[in-house]
Design a binder for this molecule. Sequence first.
Ligand SMILES: Nc1nc2c(ncn2[C@@H]2O[C@H](COP(=O)(O)OP(=O)(O)O)[C@@H](O)[C@H]2O)c(=O)[nH]1
Ligand SMILES: [Mg+2]
Length: 394
Amino acid sequence: MRLFGWGRKKQDAQSAEPSPAKASASELESRVQDGAGQDAGKDAGKDAGQTEASPAEQTEARKDERPQSSGDQQEATAAPAKKTGDKPRASWAQRLRQGLAKSSSRLGAGLTGLFSGGRIDDDALEELEDQLIMGDLGVEPAAKIVAELRRQRFGQEASDQEFRQALASIIADMLEPVAYALDIKNQHRPHILLVTGVNGAGKTTTIGKLASQFQAQGAKVMLAAADTYRAAAVGQLQIWAERASVPIVTGAERADPAAVAYQAVERARAEGVDVLIVDTAGRLHNKADLMAELQKIVRVIKKLDDSAPHDTLLVLDATTGQNAINQVKTFKELIDVSGLIVTKLDGTARGGVVVGLADRFGLPIHAIGVGEAMEDLSPFDPQAFAKALVDLEE
Ligand SMILES: Nc1nc2c(ncn2[C@@H]2O[C@H](COP(=O)(O)OP(=O)(O)O)[C@@H](O)[C@H]2O)c(=O)[nH]1
Ligand SMILES: [Mg+2]
């Protein structure tokens, strides 16, 4: 049984719309029965009183409290999909377009000169390849895209719009195989997400966004501050925990991160937490240190749950462009990365790197971030992404 709307593969999302509400209702019932609901009250504050309300009432209650708990930022993604599903999608599409504006204006400007009323000939394709490489898609993906466009449309005349459509559809096809929303099942409780990535990649911010979105969908969430390398890192996660009204497990400064993770798993189990998200340090003295630390965290978590971590996410900063590719290579050597989240697509013209990541590694891309607010993280939608990237209107 899948618990959360967020946790379903995109392909399932349309067909199974009403089920998450049902699932979380029975889930909440069983929580109340086993007494875990009361514990939630201690830490998660506002959610406690809602465990006995009907799902509909909970939805309303959450909507009402949103502005108080975290500013007015959660509207779009926090609204449960069962309502209509349309509005949040539309506003995400807008934010995605705005977010990708720098990338698409770089690529889009190049395309405009290329294809206006022209024919898809050798010159145009060659120029397109250059534009794609300059747009940070990477040399190989650029060559593949051009080869496919050549195969489909060589010699044809096409309007600017038709060129962009053909291009977007080829790019979307390349992205489709890696577009998996995070698949949180209640088969593991807690479902443990280990979040890794270099310093500044956006780990803590992403954890905060995930926590608030899971929470808004009825999950009981807990955070673990296992980035003990800098005191500020714990404080930053604490702020996100408060904003999302979720409990957090911390240790003293320079505490053993594995010990923090261990305590968090113990407590999450005792309290019937659905999703435990573990923050980690991204910068230690050297690569060997980092590997030792991450592996120790994993080892210690496994003592309590052999199947954990259930997801090992690598957070990547899109502004680093092709360097993101190197980061994946490095982290794959350090730890068993199960999926990627790409952040800061709003701050860069290098959004094309997402295509390179998809093509190069085939690792799931679970979500992308286009800003610092709660709702600026969303499951990765290849069609919308490809269209926004080539500056094609919906
Ligand atoms: N513009 C933008 N900034 C982001 C995004 N994600 C994270 N940030 C910012 O990037 C900086 C580093 O993020 P942080 O979560 O602390 O990274 P960490 O070191 O990996 O935990 C912070 O200032 C965040 O607000 C995003 O999607 N867009
Ligand atoms: Mg951090």
